[in-house]
Design a protein around this ligand. Structure first.
Ligand code: PLP
Length: 282
């Protein structure tokens, strides 16, 4: 049995329902957050809340709950579900209205939904490396918003899956942006590079943690534009996100990256990342 939160109530997931006229369903007029909870401790909760607040502001969605109330509900969802490690989805749409209209009504109450699933593949040094395929970035120019309008990302993931790849990386005008569900990092001669936030990417919470870690362990991380040639000549490539942590990418378009195995810088950063997770557990 899975317990979720919907508009003020904790209910069994199978019994939760929303209106078909919800603007999230009709227009993708909604934002979301994905959080990992390790041994029931929400990882980097404040960073997720900060991003959520910015996203809600950028769409002018006003919710009646304070930050502290959302945090407390997230914690309750986590406690009410039995899995030790969880992945928690917080979805907020502009709400449901009686008549379908692109222009929203100011008074509409947002729909707030939080659910939890078991986090099966907890980050570990034993995680297998992955492969990726490179495609042009066809998304809109506001990909920094964690919006539920994820059609491009869904099509990308379907394409990668059909072609036998794990992730799809995007490039815009020859410069890498991010993965369909991840941010990316390249390593060249022991220096680490990642596309800047200005390159129409999601400001990933994991990306932020990894940049902190790189500085903590006295390595260099530059937020710079990365072209495709640089990518294929990199010694290492990683993707990062909340559900997977950090994963090494050993092949892109069937071409080996570096020596086609987990790199030494990856191992160092991964160790430090696992320590951060350990430190978050109380
Ligand atoms: N970029 C995209 C397009 C994503 O969908 C995600 C996560 O799902 C990320 C980056 C990584 O963000 P985070 O580290 O906050 O999970």
């Amino acid at each position: 049995m899975s317990i979720c939160y919907l508009n003020g109530n904790f209910v069994e997931l199978s019994k939760a329902s929303i209106s078909p006229l919800d603007r999230g369903f009709l227009f993708g007029d909604s934002v979301y957050e994905v959080l990992a909870a390790y041994e029931k401790n929400l990882f980097r909760l404040d960073d997720h809340m900060e991003r959520l607040k910015k996203n809600l502001q950028s769409l002018s969605i006003n919710i009646a709950l304070e930050n502290s109330e959302i945090k407390s509900i997230l914690q309750k969802v986590c406690e009410k579900n039995s899995e030790k490690n969880q992945i928690i989805y917080l979805q907020i749409s502009r709400g449901a209205e009686a008549i379908r209209n692109h222009i929203p009504i100011k008074e509409t109450q947002p729909t707030i939904f939080i659910c939890s699933f078991e986090l099966k593949n907890v980050p570990s040094e034993k995680n297998d490396p992955i492969t990726a395929v490179l495609n042009p970035d066809i998304r809109w120019k506001k990909s920094s918003i964690k919006s539920n309008s994820l059609l491009a990302n869904v099509l990308y993931k379907m394409h990668a899956n059909d072609e036998g790849y794990d992730e799809l990386l995007m490039s815009d005008d020859g410069f890498l942006t991010e993965g369909a569900v991840s941010n990316l990092f390249c390593v060249k001669e022991k220096k680490i590079f990642t596309p800047p936030l200005e390159s129409n990417i999601l400001p990933g919470v994991t990306r932020k943690v990894i940049i902190e870690i790189i500085k903590d362990i006295n390595l260099s991380c530059e937020e710079v534009k990365i072209d495709e040639e640089f990518l294929f000549n990199s010694d290492e490539l990683w993707i990062t996100n909340t559900t997977k942590g950090i994963l090494p990418v050993i092949k892109v378009n069937n071409k080996k990256i570096g020596n086609g195995a987990k790199g030494e810088i990856y191992r160092l950063v991964m160790k430090a990342f696992l320590r951060k997770i350990e430190d978050s557990i109380i």
